[in-house]
Design a binder for this molecule. Structure first.
Ligand code: CA
Length: 227
């Protein structure tokens, strides 16, 4: 089954896209914002991404740049903006194609098929879903971490946190975002959870856990992965 990741904050458009894609036997995941999109892209390994440029939490062009740090998945941009420099910026950042809103569903689906066809001709290299540092390697597709030639065992919670951070390289992810994403909306004040789990991750991944080089704390704000 061809998996599509739809990144769009307009719920009506998402509903229309999901219904039309599912009717054509695509598997669809939907993300309402950029941070969710990056996490789902890593977790679900979509075959194609349909991305709105105007998102509530980050610019769509930055989502493309972040994705291109580790994924070669084709990206079809939905642009409400007529300005051609937006489209140029999206294409320069690594988008494969764009379509201007409002669009016909038939045209979108035709472009989707074309994007998927183009990639099926090119075998995907495993390096594309791997994050490599001097200390450890993370295989996002296999959900495995290697360090010094060995598998590092992570709990599902540790993996979830790590995945969010490494798929947003260099970006500050707030405590609230991490807590909501990993533990759910009702737990968004439990910053002690985060401290505990981040300490565990550092023990497993950092050469000097008390002076982390990769899993950085921004005091009072959140965490950041430096690749
Ligand atoms: Ca939008």
């Amino acid at each position: 089954m061809t998996r599509v990741l739809v990144v769009e904050d307009d719920p009506q458009l998402v509903r229309a896209l999901v219904i039309n894609m599912q009717a054509r036997r695509y598997g669809v995941d939907a993300a309402p914002d950029g941070a969710t999109a990056l996490r789902l892209a890593a977790a679900r390994q979509p075959d194609v991404v349909v991305l709105d440029l105007g998102l509530p939490d980050m610019d769509g062009v930055d989502v493309i740049k972040a994705l291109r740090g580790w994924a070669r998945v084709p990206i079809l941009v939905l642009s409400a903006r007529r300005a051609s420099d937006e489209k140029v910026a999206a294409l320069d950042a690594g988008a494969d194609d764009y379509i201007t809103k409002p669009f016909s569903m038939d045209e979108l689906l035709a472009r989707l098929r074309a994007a998927v066809r183009r990639t099926q001709a090119v075998p995907i290299e495993p390096e594309m879903t791997r994050v490599t540092t001097d200390e450890f390697t993370i295989d996002l597709a296999a959900k495995k971490v290697h360090r010094a030639g060995r598998d590092v065992r992570l709990t599902p919670t540790e993996w979830h946190l790590l995945e969010i951070l490494v798929t947003n390289p260099g970006r500050l992810i707030t405590q609230k975002q991490l807590l909501q994403e990993v533990w759910g909306a009702s737990q968004s004040n439990k910053t002690n959870y985060l401290r505990v789990y981040m300490a565990q991750l550092r023990r497993k991944l950092e050469a000097d856990p008390s002076h982390p080089r990769y899993l950085i704390t921004e005091p009072g704000m959140g965490y950041r992965f430096e690749g």
